[in-house]
Design a binder for this molecule. Structure first.
Ligand SMILES: Cc1ncc(COP(=O)(O)O)c(C=O)c1O
Length: 468
């Protein structure tokens, strides 16, 4: 297939060249109606912001340019079928779970999954069997579940309908997922993988393999996180003898807008072409550039750089109990914005393009160091007690939860009660407490530590809602 070809983008461009007269939505009328102060920024994108006109196809029943663009993506990613997503990996995660599990079905799920996975479980009414991740002392955080935990869960719950895993983690850490996929397939269960952070894994051997190449049945990727695609533009790939493409399509048309954004979809077409035609020398230059950035960032006594499987992810791990948020603030004051800050780590993501501003970065690292000279050491904090059971089911199922009333409590009053809402530090968006989980003292200690260290928790009110 010709991966230089971008059928959806080309179709939109050609349509625009015919100077069409709009008696249809969207209301900006191909960009005619738009406030002048914003025109400069929106003009060119509004020209692509079309609707389902003749020849422009329909995301929910594609037969023309969108179908062609999805087929090219499937070819590049080596999927049997690829769906374009305009609602982020969030939409893909919801659809893959809804398409696989009915109310009351068991599903084995990695406990440190993104909230979209947890929301998919709740929407489907499935009964999750959570498998806890291992704590990795080297990178000082929870990573993936062990093979043994997965095998134990499969042995105890052979009637589960699917296994949901995350690969890689936010920081680019992978694991031996192939063995896990094989173990799950031995039970004739499908493996659904949230690969939100791995869209670039298919460009070659400089990166770890995609879970799709390792046998996963469904793989969801946020194209917008690492490829040149617009925010929310994502892929859902399928390669499965166990699952039906029609069920995924059915749930995607329920979850996603009936007016999906053409600029987003065109950016997926462009992102696929970009990844597919990358040359080895270009990739090598990028990897080299990332190694230079890593070298600059490691020039400090206040943190160390963690090892990673994805060479584009650079994680600073704080020493001497320094709050990562304080360091991130110092970088941000110099107009350098990392991706993610936890209580003790900062993630910098190198793009799929060589970095250009080494001088600015070097100076910023020096400035941060200078400002930290007189900083007192603080106690380092260990968050190793978060997932204490290797296999865990919720105390209440989602149907039972729906029948109950709930009330706002302070975190301390809530200990021993069942959470009526999740508590989610964001990013990374992995719940510390799950809806339906019994709240423990260590949960609250961890939340207080995170808040004290400046980590943002997604919450409407202080405290937590519990079931009464
Ligand atoms: C592991 C993981 N899965 C899914 C998502 C959701 O992705 P999106 O923002 O594309 O909806 C994220 C977002 O950060 C994530 O980190």
């Amino acid at each position: 297939m010709n991966h230089h070809h971008t059928p959806l983008f080309q179709t939109l461009k050609q349509f625009n060249n015919t100077s069409p007269t709009s008696f249809h939505v969207p209301g900006h009328k191909n960009g005619l109606l738009f406030p002048t102060y914003a025109r400069e920024f929106f003009d060119s994108i509004l020209k692509l912001d079309m609707t389902e006109l003749p020849g422009l196809d329909d995301l929910h029943a594609p037969t023309e340019a969108i179908a062609e663009a999805e087929n090219l993506a499937a070819d590049f990613f080596q999927a049997d079928h690829t769906f374009f997503l305009v609602g982020g990996s969030t939409a893909g995660n919801l659809a893959m779970i809804l398409a696989t599990c009915n109310g009351g079905d068991k599903v084995i799920v990695q406990r440190n999954s993104h909230k979209s996975v947890m929301n998919g479980l709740e929407l489907s009414g499935a009964r999750p069997v959570f498998i806890a991740p291992e704590y990795d002392r080297e990178v000082d955080r929870y990573i993936s579940p062990s093979q043994d935990t997965l095998r134990k869960a499969l042995h105890e719950h052979p009637d589960a309908k699917a296994v949901v895993l995350t690969y890689p983690d936010y920081f680019g850490k992978t694991y031996a997922i192939k063995e896990m996929i094989d173990a799950v397939h031995a039970y004739h269960m499908p493996v659904l993988v949230d690969e939100a952070h791995g869209v670039h894994f298919s460009v070659g051997d400089s990166f770890p393999p995609s879970a799709l190449d390792l046998g996963a049945d469904v793989v969801v990727q946020s194209a917008h996180k690492m490829a040149p695609a617009m925010t929310m533009a994502s892929f859902l790939h399928m390669k499965s003898r166990l699952l039906s493409k029609d069920r995924i399509a059915h749930y995607l048309q329920m979850i996603q807008s009936s007016s999906p954004s053409y600029p987003l979809m065109a950016s997926l077409d462009i992102a696929r072409a970009f990844l597919a035609i990358m040359k080895t020398e270009e990739i090598d230059n990028i990897i080299y550039s990332a190694s230079m950035v890593r070298e600059i960032l490691q020039a400090s006594d206040h943190w160390r750089i963690l090892s990673t499987d994805d060479p584009l992810k650079i994680t600073l791990h704080m020493k001497n109990g320094i709050a990562a948020k304080d360091i991130a603030d110092l970088f941000e004051k110099q107009n350098i914005y990392p991706e993610l800050v936890t209580h003790n780590q900062i993630l910098f993501i190198h793009g799929l393009t060589p970095f250009r501003n080494f001088h600015k970065l070097k100076k910023a690292v020096q400035n941060v160091g200078d400002q930290l000279k007189n900083q007192d050491n603080r106690a380092t904090i260990e968050i190793t007690k978060l997932f204490t059971q290797d296999i865990q089911e919720l105390t209440l199922d989602y149907q039972e939860m729906n029948q109950l009333n709930d009330k706002q409590f302070s975190f301390h009053e809530a200990i021993g009660h069942i959470a009526a809402e999740a508590v989610i530090p964001y990013p990374p968006g992995i719940p510390v407490i799950l809806k339906g989980e019994k709240i423990t003292g260590p949960h609250i200690e961890i939340i207080e530590t995170l808040v004290e260290r400046g980590v943002k928790i997604q919450q409407r009110d202080p405290g937590i809602r519990i079931y009464t």
